[in-house]
Design a protein around this ligand. Sequence first.
Ligand SMILES: Cc1cc2nc3c(=O)[nH]c(=O)nc-3n(C[C@H](O)[C@H](O)[C@H](O)COP(=O)(O)O)c2cc1C
Length: 187
Amino acid sequence: MNSLPPWRPLLRAALQREGRSSNSRWLQLATVASDGTPRVRTLVFRGWSAPTVLDLFTDGRSQKSRELTNSQDVEICWLLPRARSQFRIRSCLTRHSEAELLNLRRNHWQNLTPSARALWGWPAPGLLFEEDAEFPQELDEATPMPSHFELLSFDVIQVELLELGGQPHRRRRWLASTAWSEELLNP
Ligand SMILES: Cc1cc2nc3c(=O)[nH]c(=O)nc-3n(C[C@H](O)[C@H](O)[C@H](O)COP(=O)(O)O)c2cc1C
């Protein structure tokens, strides 16, 4: 599908209301660990690579990256306070071809700012901190892309929107499997 699903303009409008606030870029990504227990953390939204494909970046040495090799199903929660809206986005990790993925990663790596790129020059996340380890503040664009610079693209399969603006609250759901037709739910 190339046209925008109905929830995309609603998300865009809620994001616009945030203006320059970080809320418009920060979302929560929940994964399932290998023992079946949940994990959740904040990530920066990096854009849409297709109408229903949401991109995030991470470190391939991180726990979440390992969790995603085990289970590709995730839920993203995006709270947009000014619009008093919560988007819950169920997705599955997209499988890119190897060549396509390399190309996309290279483009994203080039487009990062030096300070954003620097995080991938830090020691592996989650390991014990070592006093003499180096944490660069910047990496310039000539820095070769590390293999642990990971692009996570997620195919959206369901979106639920809860809006607290009116009385009663309004809750809607769209499923990819029903061509994104809207269902109204009790809040
Ligand atoms: C505001 C904010 C933005 C963040 N953005 C990212 C991001 O884009 N990618 C990422 O991998 N981690 C990001 N993090 C760090 C993660 O929340 C998390 O601590 C880290 O990725 C390790 O998670 P894991 O051990 O579950 O893999 C961000 C944290 C905060 C507070």
